[in-house]
Write a protein that binds this ligand. Structure first.
Ligand SMILES: Cc1cc2nc3c(=O)[nH]c(=O)nc-3n(C[C@H](O)[C@H](O)[C@H](O)COP(=O)(O)OP(=O)(O)OC[C@H]3O[C@@H](n4cnc5c(N)ncnc54)[C@H](O)[C@@H]3O)c2cc1C
Length: 410
């Protein structure tokens, strides 16, 4: 079968690209290949307590009606996996053996949740959370679970802890590091978040790692690397994302952790674009190559790539952000929050105030920020990042948590 446009991945990046294509080209043949069984749904809703506790109708998870695909002349192929790509003859091979040809191809396969790699990892009661099927499993188990282990410090484990506590489940959070999300946060941020978790009834074990899960078909507990035994009938593993790029690498497309792209989201192969969590792209605002894992970024990249596939060549520009709320605490990230030797961190607020921002600066301008209970800083910081405002000499003002950062935009 020949298609003008093929999109691999029916998530927010792939589906938004299809929308953009249809805005410019109503008739060009277009296929979306998705290895999930479902039409577009809200992946971000999957970790939100109200969804899990069925306080909002399940139907709200769908972001497209079933008819949308046929009404827009989109050949939607659910339950089909792309397994091979040959850019020289422009073919995609599916796991059922079918071979499709494309004129323009978008790769939007997102990532997969990393599973617990050790012994007992395949027992019942152990979950990751990435897909609607994962969420369905967790919803069912939460109804009977008494004791849960959550592994990993990060946005999704934070949200899972809150959901489980709201469901009345006893929760122990295991952190491999010394403090919550040590890789991206500092001690003060971690302490504020941990205080909130503890106040919400979560037990935290730091520098703790599961050696193996115990039980027969289903888990009854976990043995930690230091020999501690924990009882549990449920575990949620939140230890990051893996990218399954072997078939794309085999096609000779340049990859690193993600698929490498320029600022137009073009990969190293002609007429092949990438969008969403998989894209490791040249970020014009930050002036470096980055890979992001958030909804708005995936959506906007889908739009840029879809436009490009119909001939509208525009560079991708967005200050990305990610926000969450739980245990009466609001957490937000903007831009690039990684810290290295060349980057200087300016902090505002304190543990005592339970309100604390870290502004990551490089060459005199802000390139990212982590905000705990300071969401009022998010809009001005995003603008400061976008405009590349030089803040050299203003550091003392910025450190004062009462100082309005919008002043720096004037
Ligand atoms: C539980 C959870 C909660 C989140 N909450 C938030 C939040 O609050 N805010 C926020 O900004 N972000 C959040 N995120 C992140 C956000 O959901 C992602 O950044 C976004 O979904 C990425 O979109 P995408 O289209 O790039 O990839 P995905 O949504 O992962 O979609 C990719 C699709 O491609 C499919 N696929 C992969 N390989 C193939 C193949 N070879 N053939 C066919 N199909 C394939 C995948 O199965 C998947 O269906 C959350 C993520 C999770 C998992």
């Amino acid at each position: 079968m020949n298609y003008k446009y093929i999109i691999v991945g029916g998530g927010i990046a792939g589906t938004t690209a299809a929308e953009a294509i249809r805005t410019a080209d109503k008739t060009g043949s277009l296929a979306i290949i998705s290895d999930e069984q479902y039409r577009l749904y809200s992946r971000i809703m999957l970790s939100k307590p109200n969804f899990f506790l069925e306080k909002i109708p399940f139907e709200n998870v769908w972001l497209k009606k079933e008819e949308w695909y046929s009404a827009n002349n989109v050949a939607f192929m659910p339950g089909k996996k792309a397994v091979a790509l040959d850019t020289s003859v422009r073919t995609i091979t599916l796991d059922d053996g079918n071979v499709l040809t494309y004129e323009k191809l978008l790769l939007a396969p997102g990532g997969a949740a990393r599973k617990f790699p050790g012994p007992g990892g395949d027992k019942g009661g152990i979950f990751v959370i990435r897909s609607l099927d994962d969420a369905k499993g967790i919803i069912a188990k939460t109804k009977t679970a008494k004791k849960a282990i959550v592994i990993g410090g990060g946005f999704v484990s934070f949200e899972m802890c809150e959901m489980l506590r709201m469901a009345g489940v006893d929760v122990t959070l295991l952190l491999r590091e010394k403090i919550f999300w040590e890789i991206l946060l500092d001690e003060t941020s971690g302490q504020i978040i941990e205080d909130a978790l503890i106040k919400g009834g979560v037990k935290i074990l730091r520098e703790a790692e599961v050696a193996e899960f115990l039980g027969d078909a289903s888990i009854t507990g976990a043995k930690l690397k230091d020999g501690t035994l924990l009882e549990c009938d449920m575990a949620i593993v939140g230890i990051g994302i893996v990218m399954n790029l072997d078939w794309i690498k085999s096609a000779g497309i340049e990859t690193n952790r993600g698929i490498i792209a320029n600022e137009y989201l073009e990969t190293s192969a002609k007429d092949v674009w990438v969008a969403g969590d998989t894209a490791e792209f040249n970020d014009l605002i930050l002036g470096e190559r980055v890979q992001l894992g958030n909804w708005v970024n995936a959506q906007m990249q889908g739009r840029t790539a879809g436009n490009a596939m119909t001939g509208k060549h525009e560079a991708f520009r967005l200050v990305s952000f990610y926000t969450t709320q739980g245990f009466e605490t609001a957490i937000a990230f903007a831009g690039d929050v990684r810290v290295d030797k060349e980057r200087v961190v300016i902090t505002r607020g304190s543990h005592e105030l339970k309100s604390y921002s870290r502004l990551i600066t490089w060459n005199g301008r802000i390139i990212g920020a982590t905000l705990i209970n300071r969401t009022q800083d998010l809009a001005p910081i995003s603008k400061l990042i976008e405009k590349g405002v030089i803040i050299t000499g203003k550091e003392e003002q910025i450190k004062n948590p009462a100082f309005n950062l919008s002043e720096l935009l004037k």
